[in-house]
Design a protein around this ligand. Structure first.
Ligand SMILES: [Mg+2]
Ligand SMILES: [Zn+2]
Length: 93
């Protein structure tokens, strides 16, 4: 699955509720999940870390759906040719 397909999957699954929740609350959930990922990393628990990565990505995609952002397109536009500053792969900044 590519990022665009993942975003579509999250849209099919959650868009109605995400839309009703709105941008601000979706953003708060994303931040909450980043906090959970941080705690999982601190504890060094592999399974939890993987689960929290899934949560962070799911909420990021939910927020993007509500804002009408195509994450794959936005990402490729900025990082598709390597480092946006120096153009290097790897970055030489
Ligand atoms: Mg979580
Ligand atoms: Zn660079």
């Amino acid at each position: 699955m590519e990022v665009r397909e993942l975003q579509r999957l999250i849209k099919e699954t959650y868009f109605e509720r995400d839309w009703e929740r709105g941008v601000e609350k979706n953003n708060l959930w994303l931040v909450e999940e980043v906090g959970e990922l941080t705690r999982a990393i601190r504890k060094g628990r592999r399974l939890e870390i993987e689960e929290e990565f899934a949560d962070v990505l799911a909420w990021l995609l939910s927020l993007a759906n509500v804002l009408g952002v195509d994450v794959e397109a936005a990402f490729l536009k900025k990082y598709g040719d390597g480092c946006p500053r120096c153009g290097g792969k790897p970055c030489r900044c």
